[in-house]
Design a protein around this ligand. Structure first.
Ligand code: UGA
Length: 445
């Protein structure tokens, strides 16, 4: 099929590359000339494992090309994916400026029946409104399909080819079938719903995952008081398939370009219908509180944070990405600065992006240099590199006591204590050592 993808951000670019790899002929459209020039050279503007390789393959076999002109794609494409950003506005609502611009341009230029596939995350009701607009402004039939995206940063290429499901929100079964054929080669359940349900599925999925994390974080904080180990608790409840072990990793809370924006937007959607989603207010406030937990822990060991040098390991909102949007690390760094401390950060990939957010941030070139002459260290992102830090050697670099606050429960606390560290995680009291560790005993039925 001949497909245009509008918006070469993380979702748009991964989708364009994935579609081309599956054999479609794809035009990637963006208004940013610098981005387009990098893409044409096979140099992706974002880091995503496997992306550069597939981009270069599709450029070489000619299945993917890039353009700044939508008009060019309208001459040859039948399907238009919209994958532009829907950032939070000042009230937390999804800002649909870029979506509307793309829809209006397509409607103005289309001269034969085409299909719009909405990949951008838009509030329930948006698709219906767009459909009405299209009927008013376009001379030809433009079908509208809502096809929410569930890719995770860091594993987006893998997720594209192995999705848990594909949701197709459409009023027209023939159009839904046509859109479903785009992913003929991808094995997963394809669920056809109405447009509003598809839009709601996207928000409900992200809100549910964020709720799961906030839930385990709140349980983690209680674990510390009652003397329970949250990792064991998570494992113990996660073995129940109704609960599942995923997204039960306690830590400093969720961040990124999606959860914070989408949870806020869903709250705003509810407000618009005079409904209060009480659970989401709690989910957000628990998440903000987790950042403060780190500061409280540092104060427990250092009393006053003024003038104290703190190594912050990790800046991205999760590992294997260079994305620092709404990252817990940035919140923690701002809180450290507010408390008069001197944070000194290191991240394998997110340093440059973090410096754009916090201009005065001192970013080191390695974990070892960030750890040189510090009062304490906070582990914020679980990069695999941090497991391999020679912690035993690093101990001497601490100004006084070697204090590590493990915001992701990633290190072996027993081992760290044995090396002489004061180590404190989230929901891991007694140095993270349980009285009797949970064991799984396999029994034959
Ligand atoms: C999330 C969803 O997982 C994707 O399905 C969705 O497509 C995407 O948002 C989106 O809407 O575009 P992503 O933002 O890449 O994907 O990141 P996640 O892997 O979901 O992690 C989000 C945050 O939760 C991270 O800060 C991570 O560290 C945190 N997290 C995750 C935890 O604190 N504990 C966990 O157990 C899992």
């Amino acid at each position: 099929m001949k497909i245009a993808v509008i918006g070469m951000g993380y979702v748009g670019l991964v989708t364009a590359v994935g579609l081309a790899e599956s054999g479609h002929s794809v035009i990637g459209i963006d208004i940013n000339f610098e981005k387009l020039s990098r893409l044409r050279k096979g140099d992706p503007p974002i880091y995503e494992e496997g992306l550069a390789g597939l981009l270069n393959i599709s450029l070489t076999n000619g299945r993917l090309r890039f353009s700044s002109r939508l008009s060019e794609s309208l001459l040859e494409c039948e399907i238009f994916f919209i994958a532009v950003g829907t950032p939070s506005d000042s009230e937390g609502k999804a800002d649909l400026t870029f979506v509307n611009k793309a829809v209006n341009e397509i409607a103005a230029l289309a001269n034969r029946p085409i299909i719009i596939v909405m990949k951008s995350t838009v509030p329930p009701g948006t698709g219906r409104w767009i459909q009405n607009q299209l009927r008013k402004i376009s001379k030809v039939r433009i079908s509208y399909v809502s096809c929410p995206e569930f890719l995770r940063e860091g594993t987006a290429i893998f997720d594209y080819f192995h999705p848990s499901r594909i949701i197709i929100g459409s009023d027209d079964s023939k159009i839904a079938e046509q859109v479903s054929e785009i992913w003929d080669e991808v094995e997963c359940e394809k669920v056809v719903t109405d447009i509003e349900s598809a839009e709601m599925i996207k928000y409900a999925a992200n809100a549910f995952l964020a709720t799961k994390i906030s839930f385990i974080n709140e349980i983690a904080n209680l674990c510390e008081r009652v003397g329970a180990q949250v990792d064991d608790v998570a494992k113990g409840i996660g073995l129940d398939p109704r609960i599942s072990p995923q997204f039960l990793k306690a830590g400093i809370g969720w961040g990124g370009s999606c959860f914070p924006k989408d949870v806020r937007a869903l709250q705003q959607v509810a407000n618009g219908y005079a409904t209060n989603l009480q659970i989401l207010s709690a989910v957000i406030s628990i998440n903000q509180n987790q950042r403060l937990v780190i500061i409280q822990k540092l104060k427990k060991y250092l009393n006053d944070l003024r003038g104290k040098t703190i190594a912050v390991l990790g800046l991205t909102f999760k590992p294997n990405t260079d994305d620092v949007r709404e990252s817990a690390a940035l919140d923690i760094i701002r809180l450290l600065m507010k408390n008069g401390a001197n944070p000194r950060a290191y991240d394998p990939m997110g340093g440059e992006n973090a410096k754009k957010e916090i201009l005065s941030l001192l970013v080191c070139k390695s974990a070892a240099s960030a750890l040189n002459r510090v009062h304490a260290c906070v582990l914020v992102t679980e990069w695999s590199e941090f497991y391999h830090i020679p912690w035993n050697e690093m101990k001497k670099n601490f100004i006084a006591r070697p204090i590590v606050i493990d915001g992701r429960n990633m290190l072996d606390h027993k081992e760290m204590s044995a090396m002489g560290y004061i180590i404190d995680g989230i929901g891991r009291p007694n140095g993270g050592v349980s009285a009797s560790s949970l064991k799984i005993i396999h029994s034959t039925p």
